[in-house]
Design a protein around this ligand. Structure first.
Ligand code: C5P
Length: 232
């Protein structure tokens, strides 16, 4: 497992996505396909991007009863993505079932990553809406530990949590961190951000970068800057 930059391809059509990827010519960045693109372009867009030689993180955040998640993961397995995810709030039974569904005949599986508490959830909304009264960082670490005990490969977390996740779950437990911005860039709606260099420093394994690349005047140059700061 190596450090890598994952581009969040948050587009609403196949055409826009492929036009964006065409700019990269010979390069094959790791791409994230989320709900917006998947719900508009379906499994076909996954197959097409895979056939072009990109690694894919399919970010669909499954959360349902264990049997449904297991069977859905068994379908996603056939798309041959490199990474996919679910909500740890679905419980350990759901996470274990998901892993079973995703596991290929040869015993291997794409990286399976858990979402702990979404970064859009704060202490107040967690207490008032979810009736969870513990401090949010303790809840995040507990969910990460549950994911690790269920056999999952890692978690999506804020770059600020990555180090603690590694301390709690081991250095091989993968941390995938969005909320990355260039030091001289626009934060957009992300509140707690880190630069690619800081994310490297605190030990993130993968950074997920959307608008700093997709909305850049020169997306290829922005991607290369991320790689220089985070990977090299
Ligand atoms: O454009 P930006 O760099 O903010 O994109 C970040 C990507 O990471 C988006 O696809 C967003 O949905 C995703 N994400 C996030 N925070 C989380 C989980 C996923 O920003 N906690």
């Amino acid at each position: 497992m190596g450090r890598d930059v994952i581009i969040a391809c948050d587009f609403d059509s196949k055409e826009k996505t492929l036009a964006f990827l065409d700019k990269f010519e010979g390069k094959k960045p790791f791409v994230k396909i989320g709900m917006e693109l998947y719900y508009s372009a379906g499994p076909e867009i996954v197959r097409e991007i895979k056939a072009r030689g990109h690694k894919i993180f399919l970010d669909l955040k499954l959360h349902d009863i264990p049997n449904t998640v297991k069977k859905s993961m068994a379908v996603l397995k056939n798309l041959d993505v490199d990474m996919t995810n679910l909500h740890a709030a679905g419980t350990k039974n759901m996470m274990k079932a998901a892993l079973e569904g995703l596991t290929r005949d040869d015993g291997t599986h794409p990286l399976l990553i858990a979402v702990t508490q979404l970064t859009s959830t704060d202490q107040e909304s967690m207490e008032n809406d979810l009736l969870i009264k513990e401090p949010i960082d303790k809840v995040v670490m507990h969910y990460a530990k549950c994911a690790e005990e269920s056999g999952l490969d890692g978690v999506v977390c804020s770059p600020l949590e990555a180090q603690k996740v590694h301390d709690t779950c081991g250095k091989n437990f993968v941390t995938v961190t969005p909320g990355v911005r260039f030091a001289d860039g626009d934060k957009g709606d992300q509140k707690r951000v880190m630069t690619p260099a800081q994310a490297k420093e605190i030990g993130s394994d993968y950074i997920v970068v959307g608008r700093p690349i997709t909305a850049a005047e020169d997306p290829v140059a922005a991607y290369e800057r991320c790689v220089r700061e985070f990977v090299d």
